[in-house]
Design a protein around this ligand. Structure first.
Ligand code: GLC
Length: 748
């Protein structure tokens, strides 16, 4: 693909009229380019507040058109009718899969397998490429410590290090390696979001205010965006929320000071959906003129889906000619992105000449990639008396609204087709004969009133025709004739995702009733939970023998679950997020500060410690926790030196012994605790991990390198640096596991 050089691009910018330049900073949806009429004279243009004489052919990019024929048509029309002949960019929300839908991101991160995540992102990009999509609004790397927030499902969870590793893997998978300025075939551009700290809304309420100290923002929330940028992400998307009282989409300190200057980001900054205009609603902009000015001066290049830039920037630039260089810089960034995608040479990149896609979509290879990741993303939380895996000849009653449910793709699978989903029943039928597998729905997924309240999504939520008692009777009947019950339960796909905040993140009431009823039958119960978030399982945990947390596992979910339930594969996932015992503990995360009166130092009943009167401080399941069908013992910690220096990292190793009867994968985690520093430091922080496969009855040495860089933090001065002193290093199976410890001293 021929690239234009910098000079040619600059000359192209200089050749554009003011309207053409501003048009490149606009992003609209396809209804403005209706195929059935030459141009859309009224309707959307008017609705958006664009005058009829606005030349639609000046628009720079299109949002969420994913049909290759539409993309070809719109691109062709624009190139024919525009004066400047600059190709359009097509951007879409393909967050975790185009046609082959992967597990939701929170599930993917539960695999802790960055190689598989990168491979899956590469597969996703290849499917997008074939459809003619140029940019995906992924990865979302917002840190989340509050499961009430619905978009936790598309996040990498609570830990900064794990999220940063995920960010890197995703960008490299989507775009190809950072060395190549040009984005290779079968890859597309990644847009990291939402800058910044959208995952920390007060009270877990969607779009709510974010209140973080600058220290917390820099120490815990910004690194994952920076990791994506270091991996070469071509775009960043602004967040809907305020930071320090100023909406991110108009926040100069955030966008120019941190993103552009400190992070040295030279790519495209795009607003979130209508966020430029929302500066008015925030009470930060007087009107659209003010909104355009504040967003533009803060460094936002593209105004997504409003007419604010189109209508207001011409006047602003004409009245302030000194802003022309800022405008030219913004336009040049957009043209650079088009150039990096090779669009000037091939505006139809990826779309085969016939406009039909090759048959790679949902290919066996792609399905296999999704299956592997799904198997590693599912987390075994409980397995009393080794009820799992299902034993030979055991008769299984598969009960619950998720037994046959195909809506298990998660809220952001906008191009996925539920028809392609492998349901749990379908997966199990590959192992169990009709005599050994009986299926019943058992209960509503949601009660009718809740379904009603879900507005336009209500029609997509399966409403049960039969009354609950009939469903329950049928379930009891097959359960009594079985050896083991698999209860397939979960929150609805529509109870998480954007706009999906919940104050009681628990299983829907009808399903809790089903679990209680089944627990009275004195049969072993395996709970399979579908969810977009950590749910509060405290009240039902004791009623079941095993819990397999499926998240929303994507197209291949049923096969992945069946392979795990039947023991073909041993679970290896671990939690990327804390599971609270009670919603009252939220926000809750493993890497908290000690406080001056930690619970751990106080006698059991002592009042004056950092604790609750009515709940434990501990989670139900901790960050980094997950079981396997085998068992591991960590022993023989060795350290190359007790002193670490700038130029002398140390090596720390343990012996990992598989004491069980089958091979297993174990995620060994390395945590540090900086005992004393110029700001308080977390009681422990994940700094590295290794996912290791160990054969039964064998032992493997697992070695970590610890460097001075890993001891650095944001000091009160704002400097990012390490400080000499004592560190406790723990190598453990999860964040509450005692693990193996050693103390090291960092000497300058
Ligand atoms: C949405 C989301 C953002 C998405 C964008 C475009 O509101 O916040 O993540 O990429 O709009 O659909």
């Amino acid at each position: 693909m021929k690239k234009m050089n910098e000079q040619q691009l600059i000359r192209l910018v200089e050749s554009l009229t003011l309207e053409e330049k501003i048009g490149q900073l606009m992003q609209l949806t396809a209804e403005f380019f209706d195929q059935n009429s030459k141009t859309v004279e009224i309707g959307p243009l008017k609705k958006l507040g664009l005058e009829n004489d606005f030349d639609i052919n000046n628009v720079g990019s299109i949002l969420n058109t994913t049909n290759p024929n539409d993309i070809r048509f719109i691109q062709q029309k624009t190139l024919e009718q525009s004066r400047h002949k600059i190709p359009l960019l097509f951007m879409a929300d393909i967050i975790y899969g185009m046609k082959t839908i992967l597990p939701i991101p929170l599930a993917q991160v539960s695999s802790w397998n960055m190689k598989e995540i990168k491979e899956s992102a590469k597969m996703m990009a290849a499917e997008c490429y074939e459809m003619g999509i140029h940019v995906t609004f992924s990865p979302m790397v917002d840190i989340v410590r509050d499961p009430r927030w619905g978009r936790v499902m598309e996040s990498p969870g609570e830990d900064t290090y794990l999220a940063s590793r995920y960010a890197k893997a995703m960008v490299e998978g989507i775009q190809g390696s950072v060395e190549e300025q040009q984005i290779p075939d079968s890859h597309i551009a990644a847009c990291v979001k939402h800058f910044a700290a959208y995952g920390a809304p007060s009270a877990g309420r969607e779009y709510n205010t974010v209140e973080l100290s600058e220290h917390t923002l820099r120490e815990f929330y910004l690194p994952s965006y920076y990791a994506a940028i270091q991996a070469g992400a071509k775009l960043v998307m602004t967040a809907f929320n305020t930071i320090n009282g100023i909406p991110a989409t108009g926040n100069q300190w955030l966008n120019r000071g941190i993103l552009r200057d400190e992070f040295d980001f030279n790519g495209v900054l795009i607003s979130d959906y209508a966020a430029v205009e929302e500066l008015i609603v925030h009470g930060y902009a007087e009107d659209k003129t003010d909104a355009a000015k504040k967003a533009f001066l803060s460094g936002v290049d593209i105004d997504m889906k409003t007419a604010v830039y189109a209508n207001e920037l011409p006047k602003l630039i004409e009245e302030n000619p000194e802003l022309h260089p800022l405008l030219d810089t913004a336009v040049l960034r957009v043209l650079n992105l088009k150039n990096d995608l090779g669009l000037f040479d091939d505006p139809y990149r990826g779309i085969t000449s016939t406009g039909k896609t090759m048959n790679k979509l949902l290919s066996n290879v792609h399905q296999e990639t999704a299956l592997r990741l799904a198997e590693e993303s599912i987390v075994l939380l409980k397995n009393d008396h080794d009820q799992l895996p299902i034993k030979e000849k055991e008769r299984v009653a598969l009960i619950g609204p998720y037994a046959k449910e195909s809506s298990t793709l998660g809220f952001w699978a906008i191009t996925g087709d539920e028809k392609d989903t492998v349901t749990l029943e379908k997966g199990l039928k590959k192992y169990l004969s009709p005599d050994d597998l009986k299926v019943a729905r058992g209960s509503f997924l949601l009660d009718p009133e809740t379904i009603e309240s879900y507005d336009k999504y209500s029609k997509d939520i399966p409403a049960e025709k039969r009354p609950m008692n009939k469903l329950m009777d049928e379930a009891i009947q097959i359960a009594e004739n079985s050896d083991k019950i698999i209860l397939a339960v979960g929150e609805s796909v529509y109870q998480s995702g954007e706009g999906g905040s919940r104050v009681n993140p628990t299983l829907p009431e009808p399903q809790v009733e089903l679990i209680h009823k089944m627990s009275q039958l004195d049969k072993p119960i395996i709970l399979v939970v579908y969810s977009g978030r950590p749910l509060i399982l405290t009240d039902i945990e004791s009623k079941v023998d095993a819990i397999l947390y499926a998240w929303f596992p994507g197209t291949m979910g049923g096969d992945a679950l069946a392979n795990l339930l039947m023991g073909e594969v041993s679970p290896s996932g671990k939690l990327p997020m804390t599971f609270p015992r009670s919603v009252g503990q939220i926000p809750m995360h493993y890497n908290e500060f000690a406080t001056g009166r930690p619970r751990s130092l106080a006698p059991e009943k002592y009042r004056f410690a950092s604790k609750y009167l009515d709940e434990s401080n501990l989670p139900l399941y901790s960050f980094g926790y997950g079981l396997s069908y085998t068992s591991f013992v960590y022993h023989s910690l060795k350290v190359s030196s007790a002193i670490i220096k700038d130029d002398r990292p140390i090596e720390i190793s343990i012996m990992l012994e598989n004491t069980g009867n089958r091979e297993g994968k174990e995620i060994v985690q390395l945590y540090i605790c900086d005992v004393a520093a110029s700001v308080v430091r977390p009681i422990k922080e994940l700094k590295d991990f290794k996912k290791v496969t160990v054969a039964s009855k064998t032992t493997k040495e697992v070695t970590f390198k610890l460097t001075e860089e890993q001891l650095r933090f944001h000091q009160s001065s704002g400097r990012y640096s390490s400080e000499p002193g004592k560190f406790i290093v723990t190598i453990a199976a999860n964040s509450t596991d005692e693990g193996l410890k050693t103390t090291i001293i960092y000497e300058k």
